[in-house]
Design a binder for this molecule. Structure first.
Ligand code: FES
Length: 106
């Protein structure tokens, strides 16, 4: 079983490591919620609520779907690094990736 570690950049700039198995079919949103980050995920991961908005600061993941891009288009606080974490598969997130939560400011 392969694990990866990614990092969440906290508001104070500290980076919290999160280690997660890649073979359980999890989305990044599910892992963040499971790690007690304040993500509402009201739509249950359907790319409809944007409460799971993150910025992928370092590293890469699967390409965004049209549904994800359409939802990101409706937000006012997106950057070029914006993603919906429910649409990122842990199996395609790069080891050592760094992200910042943005959904709570929507
Ligand atoms: S959980 Fe609703 S858009 Fe990601």
């Amino acid at each position: 079983m392969a694990d990866i570690t990614f990092f969440v950049e906290e508001p104070d700039g500290q980076r919290t490591p999160i280690e997660v198995p890649t073979d359980m079919g999890l989305s990044l949103m599910e892992v963040l919620k499971g790690s007690d980050y304040p993500i509402l995920a009201t739509c249950g991961g359907m790319a409809l609520c944007a409460t799971c908005h993150i910025e992928l600061l370092e590293g890469h993941a699967n390409d965004p779907t049209d549904a994800e891009l359409d939802m990101l288009d409706t937000l006012f606080n997106t950057t070029e690094q914006s993603r919906l974490s429910c649409q990122i598969r842990i199996s395609e997130l790069s080891h050592g990736a760094v992200l910042r939560l943005r959904g709570e400011t929507n």
